[in-house]
Design a protein around this ligand. Structure first.
Ligand code: NAP
Length: 306
């Protein structure tokens, strides 16, 4: 049996605790040996306040998984790569396209994995397989959630570089770019910035896939049950992904799907990349977000407080 991958988890916040720690603990191929966070600690492993302290400790590490907010991640990932470690990035892989491309240019023998957890949702693979070879006529994306419920107190998310509602919305874009053959193109965008905030709280996108129009509506101001839906009209009937890709209907009938853990799948993929000496850094979802910031009309709404 090969030795488990010695892993450090960096940025111990909501997603690290909700998903990464349980997925790592359940995978016999992984051994969590360190946590790096300015304020938080993980029990039972060595804790460090920053990556410089982790590197200086000389603790043997094979890989890091980075769960800090996107702004500031580049410096952490660059330091990890310079230390010779494999790197897995939470989504979005960075605050800009340029900084992620810079990371790719720094890779030597290590693996760099820009993860998109929603692509590992149970319905995404079957949706891609069913859509292959079908004519796409139109598509509608609704990604509505209450920022106060899903991102409590996360001021960084509405600051410049935090992506605002694109933080969840990019999950929809990661699914759509995985299930449709060929590229999507942004046609227009409308971004709503709360007064005094640097990132949008609501966004409407018009996109094009071939001649098929796609409308995407992302809204952080929704209350009640979240809505994470992608509806596709095709020449062979409708396809509907709900709950962020976890449930799938084809032609009105719900499909039985194999139960998968998104993060278990991500870590398996990361280990596979390392074993194969490969990387995986697809930037197409972040390109669409960048295009929306380049092209979009900006409007201001009333101030928002958590
Ligand atoms: P979070 O709860 O704010 O956790 C991020 C942690 O990173 C913080 O607790 C903080 O811990 C550390 N950190 C380091 N530098 C920071 C900075 N400048 N500002 C704020 N925190 C900083 O955020 P999260 O929800 O876990 O999201 C982190 C990443 O995971 C984002 O890219 C997000 O898109 C992604 N993600 C989140 C979810 C979700 O449901 N929340 C789902 C999937 C992916 P210390 O104070 O101890 O340093």
């Amino acid at each position: 049996m090969t030795k488990p991958l010695r892993l450090a988890l960096i940025g111990i916040g909501k997603i690290a605790r909700d998903q990464h720690l349980p997925a790592i603990a359940a995978d016999p191929g992984l051994a969590l040996v360190a946590a790096v966070s300015r304020n938080a600690n993980v029990e039972g492993v060595a804790n460090f306040r920053d990556i410089t302290a982790l590197i200086a400790s000389g603790l043997p590490i094979d890989a890091v998984s980075i769960c800090t907010p996107p702004l500031g991640r580049h410096a952490i990932a660059a330091a990890a790569l310079a230390a010779g470690w494999h790197v897995m990035l939470e989504k979005p892989p960075g605050a800009t396209l340029g900084e992620v491309r810079d990371l790719v240019s720094r890779v030597g023998a290590q693996s760099l994995f820009a993860s998109w957890h929603s692509r590992a949702a149970a319905g995404v693979g079957p949706a891609r397989a069913w859509l292959a070879g079908r004519r796409i006529d139109q598509m509608r994306i609704d990604w509505h959630e209450d920022i106060r419920v899903w991102h409590p107190g996360q001021d960084w998310i509405l600051a410049a570089g935090g992506l605002g509602v694109f933080d969840p919305g990019i999950n929809a874009l990661s699914i759509v770019t995985a299930i449709l053959p060929g590229r999507l193109r942004l046609v227009s965008a409308r971004l709503v910035f709360p007064k005094g905030r640097g990132s949008p709280i609501a966004v409407r996108l018009a996109l094009q896939h071939g001649v098929a129009p796609i409308v995407a509506d992302f809204d952080f101001r929704a209350q009640g049950e979240p809505r994470w839906d992608i509806a596709v009209e095709t020449d062979a009937g409708p396809l509907l992904l709900r709950e962020g890709g976890r449930r799938l209907w084809i032609d009105g009938r719900e499909q039985a799907l194999a139960e998968v853990g998104e993060y278990a799948g991500l870590y398996r993929h990361f280990a596979g990349l390392i074993a194969a000496g490969a990387g995986d850094c697809d930037l197409t979802p972040l390109e669409l977000v960048a295009d929306a910031f380049l092209l979009g009309e900006r409007v201001e709404s009333e101030a928002f407080e958590f």
